[in-house]
Design a protein around this ligand. Structure first.
Ligand code: SF4
Length: 225
């Protein structure tokens, strides 16, 4: 009987790993003062994410539990289905303990045979702060159920969606773009630098005058004094 060839680490995992390595490399070279300033630049976003969590726990968690998690039906956390921004990685790694970094790195260096998101562990997501696209994902079915039963949730959700744009929509200087620029200036390269590579996002930045001579401007939105 021929032995099964060992499973390969997929391209998705390799890209994730390369970005994580790139972020960790720059973080390891920052001075203590730079790290504190970088952390301070993320505070308004972290406050936003705390509000998203409170909203989710207050309105959606029980319904998501019943609809998807208890039944195993979950449409989120699917295999290679999430987009991670470079800034998501930076924010997550800045807030992770050495043990969390080690667990996450080990996971993406192994083949993913689970058919679920590579970051989904037995205890849940391995990120200390999951990517913004995960945090802001609510399926149509659950929104219908919750908003019908508790219409007071709808304006809160609309406000959170609007607030998200303050950090991610680059029609003005935003944190997600600024973090990329900050790391690019320090030698980072990654396929997740969408604010500096994606034609769609570059078009928005260009219209807003945020690209100088066709090139993205510097570390806007991230102030290191
Ligand atoms: S990163 Fe975390 S929250 Fe997002 S899909 Fe993967 S396991 Fe789920």
């Amino acid at each position: 009987m021929t032995a099964r060839p060992p499973e390969r680490v997929g391209e998705y995992n390799q890209d994730q790993h390369s970005t994580v390595r790139s972020v960790l490399d720059v973080l390891s070279r920052l001075s203590g003062e730079e790290r504190v300033s970088l952390g301070a630049s993320m505070e308004p976003y972290l406050e936003f994410r705390r509000r998203v969590s409170v909203f989710f726990d207050g309105f959606f968690r029980p319904s998501c539990q019943d609809l998807c998690f208890s039944t195993g039906l979950s449409g989120c956390c699917g295999f290679e289905s999430i987009i991670t921004f470079f800034a998501d990685h930076v924010i997550n790694l800045m807030g992770s303990s050495p043990g969390q970094v080690q667990a996450l790195t080990a996971r993406i260096q192994s083949p993913n045979s689970s058919r679920r998101c590579v970051y989904l562990g037995p205890e849940g997501c391995l990120w200390s702060l999951p990517p913004v696209s995960c945090a802001m994902f609510l399926c149509a079915r659950v929104k219908e159920i919750v908003f019908q039963a508790r219409p007071e949730a709808q304006p809160f959700w609309a406000e959170l969606l609007q607030r998200e744009k303050d950090f991610t929509l680059p029609d003005k200087p935003v944190l997600f773009d600024g973090l990329e620029a900050f790391f690019i200036e320090r030698g980072s390269d990654s396929s997740h630098l969408f604010y500096h590579r994606s034609p769609g996002l570059l078009r928005i930045k260009s219209k807003a005058g945020l690209c100088r001579g066709g090139k993205p401007a510097g570390a806007r939105g991230v102030r290191l004094s």
